[in-house]
Design a protein around this ligand. Structure first.
Ligand code: S3P
Length: 450
């Protein structure tokens, strides 16, 4: 798994125009949830278009360890024979979630109200990330967590023997924490409620409804209140996973900054809780259109068309949009470096606890490549150099973070001199076909140690 092996340096040189269709893989958030909810349902759930990246494969392995049967047929369809709500068996060994914060946090939630014990670990990135944000609400259900200092992995969770329902106000905008609470609430009596100040991605709520749970969402002066009735009868589903807007962000943004580009990214999930980047790019003046908008499997989708946009201007990104584009700030900063004027991003302190401290990782790498960046605890600012204005030429640390790695490879596609990353292995966690897909469009990526 990435993060455990030899680093794989990669270099990106100024690309020829990026032209063609970019069929990006399935949505990572929806893929994790399909496996976990399938495993909590009695009967066969079928999933097409599952993201077969390392993060999601780790979740598939975890679901097997908890007793579900999870297989892939030769047509690429996944079949999950679940064990039902409260039916998880105790895993025989440590659960290794690799690089996946979503995987580990959702699974902790899913098992915390079953009377079993499980121990979780992950790669160096995941072992440095805070888990207290999940174990705090799990304690309210009656579960106990034993982890390293600062609530870090490895960590053992002793599931509640007699869970009680919980009403929990999220202390930070986090769909992972919200989802962990809702998944735990499935095996608790009565109603479990989560209250959020800002709308975070709502795939768990949508999918729980699809599986037959009673979930309501109400916007109130107190915040958005999500209520789940415990002990639902979940019914197996047939799921088509839409393509991932967070992966689409890379070919879209690369096309906007590479001269002469015209890229179509078909069938992208455009759930409003995920589509903030595309709105921001349009506000900057990007030539980005939504073609053929439609609904698939309860999620809005469209084909995105992005063309080289030499007139993009820096903007103040509204902080209330942060939750809907939280994973896209690294690649947005690359676009900002190629726009004219300053782009300011505020209300983004969550970026500091992702797979890496993403403000720090991007600021260091952009500066090394000749871009001026200022930062504070929960904001950062990028001075644009205009189209084709980034000098490039540096080697940067990907920090075991797939989105940092892909962002700098995209930077190199539009820089005067090549940009090199120290390790491209983390890309396999979310976008295993990135190198081929981008090269087919016209990117010039090469293994740097060859
Ligand atoms: C995710 C939620 C977000 C996001 C992550 C996927 C999810 O994390 O950054 O990549 O699938 O619920 P937070 O909940 O920490 O904001």
């Amino acid at each position: 798994m990435s993060g455990h092996g030899t680093p794989e340096p990669m270099r990106s040189r100024r690309a020829t125009p990026l032209i063609g269709d970019a069929r990006v893989p399935g949505d990572k958030s929806i893929s994790h949830r399909s496996l976990i909810l399938g495993a909590m349902t009695i009967g066969e759930t079928r999933v097409r278009g599952l993201l077969e990246g390392e993060d999601v494969l780790a979740t598939a392995a975890a679901m097997r360890a908890f007793g579900a049967e999870v297989t892939r047929d030769e047509d690429g369809e996944w079949h999950i024979f679940g064990v039902g709500v409260g039916g998880f068996r105790e895993p025989e060994d440590v659960i290794d979630c690799g690089n996946a914060g979503t995987g580990v946090r959702l699974i902790m939630g899913a098992m915390a109200t079953t009377s079993i014990t499980a121990t979780f670990t992950g790669d160096a990135s995941l072992r440095s990330r805070p888990m207290g944000r999940v174990t705090d609400p799990m304690a309210l259900f009656g579960a106990t967590a034993y982890g390293r200092t600062g609530g870090r992995l490895p960590m053992t969770i002793v599931g509640a023997a007699s869970p009680v329902p919980v009403r929990y106000t999220l202390p930070m905008p986090s769909a992972q924490v919200k989802s962990a609470v809702l998944l735990a609430g499935l095996n608790a009596p009565g109603q479990t409620q989560v209250i959020e100040d800002e709308a975070t991605r709502d795939h768990t709520e949508r999918m729980l409804r699809g599986f037959g749970a009673n979930v309501t969402t109400e916007d109130t002066p107190e915040g958005r209140i999500i209520t789940l009735d415990g002990y639902p009868e979940l019914a197996p589903q047939s799921i088509d996973v839409p393509r991932d807007p967070s992966s689409a962000a890379f070919p879209v943004c690369a096309a906007l900054i590479v001269e002469g580009s015209d890229v179509l990214v078909p069938n992208i999930g455009l759930n409003p809780t995920r589509a903030g980047l595309f709105e921001t790019l349009r506000d900057m003046g990007a030539d980005l259109s939504y073609e053929n908008p439609r609904e698939e499997g309860g999620e809005p989708v469209a084909d995105l068309r992005a063309r080289f946009s030499p007139d993009m201007k820096g903007i103040d990104v509204p902080p209330e949009r942060a939750a809907s584009m939280i994973d896209e700030y690294p690649i947005l900063s690359v676009v900002a470096a190629n726009a004219s004027g300053t782009t300011t991003m505020t209300g983004v302190k969550e970026l500091r606890v992702k797979e890496s401290d993403r403000i720090d990782a991007m600021a260091k790498g952009l500066r090394a490549n000749g871009v001026t960046v200022s930062e504070g605890p929960d904001w950062w600012e990028v001075e644009g150099l205009g189209p084709n204005g980034v000098p490039g030429g540096a080697t940067v640390a990907a920090c075991l973070d797939h989105r940092i790695a892909m962002s700098f490879l995209c930077l190199g596609m539009a820089s005067k001199s090549a940009v090199t990353i120290d390790d491209a292995a983390p890309v396999r966690t979310s976008f295993p076909i990135f190198e081929t897909l981008m090269s087919d469009l016209g990117a010039r990526l090469e293994r740097a140690n060859q």
